[in-house]
Design a protein around this ligand. Structure first.
Ligand SMILES: [Zn+2]
Length: 177
């Protein structure tokens, strides 16, 4: 990836930026787009079509208008945020219930030994989702390099997996109690 530090719209220079094909935000000269795509395998941000050697300013596959622009690596995007929350939300949920369980074990008079099973499950789920969150953050640069449609597919896929893990665990808790 080409790195550059170029003043953006509000005049603030950003570091760690990369050149990427994105939807119209801050168009640079159209010639640069052609030059950038010459002999480069770059996917269309909307549909993933390979734009290599493209001589026009829109995707021949889906018609998306294309511009070359400077983009920060750390600005939040919809799919990246959804993917982050898919792991962070259940982690918070399970960690809170683990903490409540530990407090309950210490102070509640009606605490039963098999309540530890629930605390263990919430604790175990916290570990699972913490691992998921760590992986989400480690693979974020690679994720941001993917086509936008692919990002949504992966973000929603991870959300579905996280939801399924949580749902199965909760159903299991009701069965064993
Ligand atoms: Zn396209």
């Amino acid at each position: 990836m080409t790195t550059a530090s170029i003043p953006c719209r509000n005049g603030v220079a950003r570091t760690g930026t990369g050149l990427a094909i994105i939807r119209p935000v801050e168009p640079i000269a159209p010639d640069h787009l052609r030059h950038f795509l010459a002999a480069r395998d770059i996917p269309c941000p909307a549909c993933g079509y390979n734009l290599r050697d493209l001589a026009i300013d829109h995707c021949p596959e889906c018609g998306e208008a294309l511009f070359l622009a400077v983009r920060g690596l750390h600005e939040p995007t919809g799919p990246a945020l959804v993917r982050l929350l898919a792991a962070a939300l259940p982690l918070g949920f399970n960690a809170i219930f683990t903490a409540i369980g530990v407090v309950g074990a210490a102070f509640s008079h009606s605490w039963r030994p098999d309540d530890w099973l629930l605390v263990g499950m919430f604790g175990g789920l916290s570990v699972v989702f913490a691992g998921m969150l760590g992986r989400v953050q480690r693979t974020m640069p690679r994720f941001r390099g993917r086509a936008r449609r692919n990002q949504w597919k992966r973000a929603l896929g991870l959300s579905a997996i996280a939801f399924l893990i949580q749902a199965v665990a909760i159903v299991f808790m009701f069965i064993v109690r």
